[in-house]
Design a protein. Structure first.
Length: 423
């Protein structure tokens, strides 16, 4: 879901890819190119201190939206070079689906001070999109998360603190694996088995975060380890895997009301029963493991009391730890502009990204063009405070993706409006 209110301080995006060839049966089409974890600096109030709380804070946001391409259907007909048997090369005519949906997000944060040295904290979230109307049910999605642990106060200076958080998490993610051309749930090619639940999974694990927030230079360290348990329907490759990430970030003043935020993340996805592939799109004997190294930089500048600007850049390298068919490099850059005055605030964000697979082929068929992706994402959001605890909001999102693999060449527009409550 495109988040409503509030914006999260850290975004972890699950990265997944599906081979065209599997042990038992071959799937009709692989999943679209996977998103990559990005390290863009969160949008926060300038010089916002950490304030101690001993209560529950909750927020709810919902509304109504219109989606011009609910299943990310390709923008034009194409020749499918991956269709079985190979060489038949049928022409596919996509059937885009549009309609209305209800975006929603619920969040509760709880903190209980135990003593001068720390506090117990926890959070619960639920968000998703509920699509309305015939033929749109497979576009609905749902996410739930529970996080909790102990935050140690290592040092304090006024309302600013150095803290170490150690806790546990459990998350549940549900979405339908669909055929982008039709919006129907995916089935295996040979037997027609339903594999639409391929990506439904539960994650559980531990996480830790250290934040130094005293002095001119802020910095932090973070780590996370999770086990991801998927439904694994028969006839589809198993998706179960462990995931860990280690990261560091810092904020350095470079001029008056301007700072440079740098970050680096190293993460690994280690699959327990899924094989790598070679340049001929055949399975190999090695179990699949992806290693990601991501560097991010954001220049943040307060132009005036009303205007705040972010310039973003991040670069990711992925290695498949085998013959390199799944290796890629991705760069993403763009800008965010925030305006706030009295009861009104607005946000405009525009980012461009590109991803290249040096050993991959379009349609995952040897002899086709090199596999490349690029895209643009535009987001415009406005919010008007009604009372101390309520606000009206509206948002426009435009996505366009271009690729040599024409199965995933699409554009999409979403328009949303609604109300939020925070107490």
């Amino acid at each position: 879901m495109h988040k409503i209110i509030p914006f999260h301080a850290t975004v972890f995006i699950v990265a997944m890819a599906l081979p065209a060839a599997v042990n038992a049966e071959t799937l009709p089409k692989p999943v679209a190119a996977e998103p990559v974890p990005v390290t863009i600096t969160p949008e926060v109030a300038e010089d916002a201190p950490k304030i101690e709380r001993d209560n529950i804070i909750w927020s709810v946001a919902t509304g109504l939206g219109y989606d011009s391409n609910a299943y990310q259907a390709p923008r034009a007909s194409y020749v499918d070079y991956s269709a079985l048997p190979l060489g038949t090369n049928p022409t596919v005519i996509p059937q885009p689906k549009s309609g209305f949906f209800v975006p929603y997000e619920l969040k509760a944060d709880w903190a209980k001070n135990r003593n001068q040295g720390g506090r117990i904290i926890g959070s619960a979230t639920a968000d998703g999109n509920l699509y309305l109307g015939a033929g749109l049910g497979n576009a609905s999605e749902y996410n739930m998360g529970l996080h909790g642990g102990f935050e140690y106060i290592l040092a304090s200076e006024g309302k600013y603190e150095d803290t170490l958080y150690v806790g546990a998490l459990i998350e549940n993610h549900k979405r339908t694996y669909v055929d982008h051309d039709s919006g129907l749930g995916k089935t295996t090619t040979l037997s027609g088995r339903d594999i639409s639940g391929l990506y439904n999974h539960v994650s559980y694990g531990v996480e830790a975060k250290y934040k130094h927030n005293i002095g001119d230079i802020d910095y932090g360290l973070n780590g996370k380890y999770t086990l991801n348990d998927y439904e694994n329907p028969p006839g589809a490759p198993q998706q179960d895997h462990s995931y860990y990430t280690l990261g560091a970030d810092t904020s350095i003043p470079v001029a008056n009301k301007t700072s440079l935020n740098l970050s680096f993340d190293h993460s690994v996805r280690d699959y327990s029963n899924r094989r790598s592939r070679d340049a001929q799109a055949l399975l190999t004997t090695s179990l699949l493991a992806y290693t990601y190294n991501t560097f991010g930089a954001t220049l943040r500048s307060r132009l005036s009391p009303d205007w705040l600007v972010y310039l973003d850049f991040d670069h990711t390298l992925r290695a498949d730890n085998n013959v390199g068919y799944g290796d890629y490099q991705e760069s993403r850059y763009g800008a965010r502009i925030l305006y706030e005055q009295d009861r009104f605030k607005a946000r405009l964000a525009l980012h461009h990204w590109g991803r290249d697979y040096p050993k991959g082929f379009a349609f995952d068929v040897a002899g086709q063009a090199a596999k490349t992706y690029s895209g643009n994402v535009l987001k415009l959001k406005a919010e008007l405070k009604q009372t101390k605890d309520t606000a009206l909001w509206t948002e426009l999102v435009y996505e366009a993706q271009s690729t040599t693999d024409l199965r995933y060449d699409y554009d999409r527009k979403q328009v949303m409006a609604g109300m939020s409550w925070a107490y």
